[in-house]
Design a protein around this ligand. Structure first.
Ligand SMILES: Cc1ncc(COP(=O)(O)O)c(C=O)c1O
Length: 340
């Protein structure tokens, strides 16, 4: 590490910290420029930018991990590039080439290397790629110019303290429409989630769970994370729907469940009325990692899975293998790890 930064790695939360460099590239006249690193964390854009008025923007989230030998690695950044391009296509924004996306992430990590937390602290460097429609454009139509940027910050756990069970409540509200943008990582979904989150937090829950927006009977998302459950006969079950964001962590857990733990995996409906089919449950995502679900409140009753205080054995094992792969302690499937 070239420079010292004054950070207590063990006390990090999931909050913004300004780091030294961010990457910026401009799309104009039908093409991307070469992109560059910048020290200034302020953007100056037209007041008529589509990102500001019509939500023409999308983002991604991934992490850089410090391994035991002091090196740094990214976890499946190609999947974030692909998902960003799915969001771009949905919102009529330009494609970002995968090589450019990954190169931008690499440049940002290298330039901010001293902000990558040491191995063993559990903390990581969170990368936030995003794209916004900019320029003078007050009509509801795609922008003529775009900014693609990646910034980063060291982070600790998203939900309270590491691998500890959390309770969630099923919301009456929706974050996305049945055939809308729920499957893409676009800001509007998150704007719609702030009030339901606040209501859940005021009732003492970590976050809310969204049901499918068409029938309100099936579990979709756990706040900003995907749901999975382990049935009494040891099957790994996770819901499938066009309004669920396809979590890269979830698809990684599907492979881990099959290939490392020999579990049967099924993507299928999860009925909120049938939670008793599961002996363990979890929420998974880049920020949430795996957050064991202690209980889910539905129709004024708290359904407890394994325990409200103890982590179940299969969730614990999934967590050990996932984090082991991400921090370089467990051998990864081919193509998952990108050395910085
Ligand atoms: C709504 C939502 N669901 C699920 C996830 C988890 O996705 P991933 O594992 O790719 O981080 C996220 C976070 O990115 C999210 O915002």
């Amino acid at each position: 590490m070239s420079k010292d930064v004054n950070i207590d790695w063990s006390k990090l939360t999931f909050d913004y910290i300004k780091t030294d460099y961010r990457y910026l590239s401009i799309w104009k006249d039908g093409q991307w420029d070469d992109g560059k690193l910048a020290e200034d964390n302020m953007l100056t854009i037209s007041e008529a930018s589509t990102a500001l008025h019509y939500g023409q923007q999308c983002f991604e989230g991934l992490k850089a991990y410090r391994t035991k030998d002091g090196k740094i690695q990214l976890f499946r950044p190609n999947r974030n590039a692909a998902r960003m391009n799915d969001s771009n296509a949905k919102l009529l924004m330009p494609e970002i080439p995968e090589e450019k996306f990954i190169d931008a992430c690499m440049q940002v990590v290298r330039a901010n290397e001293h902000f990558v937390p040491p191995y063993g602290t559990g903390a990581t460097l969170y990368l936030r790629p995003f794209m916004i429609g900019v320029g003078n454009n007050i009509g509801v139509k795609p922008a003529s110019e775009y900014i693609f940027s990646v910034f980063c910050m060291p982070v600790g756990p998203y939900f309270k303290g590491g691998l500890a069970p959390c309770n969630f409540i099923i919301s009456d509200y929706d974050r996305a429409a049945p055939q809308g943008t729920g499957g893409q990582k676009v800001g509007g979904n998150y704007a719609a989630s702030m009030q339901p989150h606040k209501i859940a937090a005021e009732k003492g829950f970590t976050d809310c769970i969204y049901l499918d927006p068409a029938t309100h009977t099936k579990i979709e998302e756990v706040g900003a994370a995907n749901f999975f459950g382990i049935t009494k006969d040891n099957k790994f079950i996770t819901p499938i729907s066009p309004s669920i964001l396809p979590s890269i962590t979830k698809y990684s857990l599907i492979d881990i469940a099959k290939d490392y733990l020999n579990l049967e995996v099924l993507e299928r409906d999860v009925l909120a009325d049938n939670l008793s089919e599961f002996k363990e449950a979890g929420a998974c995502g880049t920020a949430a990692v795996i957050t064991p679900i202690g209980g889910i409140s539905y129709k004024d009753e708290l359904h407890v899975f394994h325990s409200e205080t103890e982590v179940g054995p299969i969730v614990k094992e999934l967590y050990r293998i996932l984090c082991g792969i991400q921090f370089g302690d467990v051998e990864a499937p081919e193509g998952w790890i990108y050395k910085v």
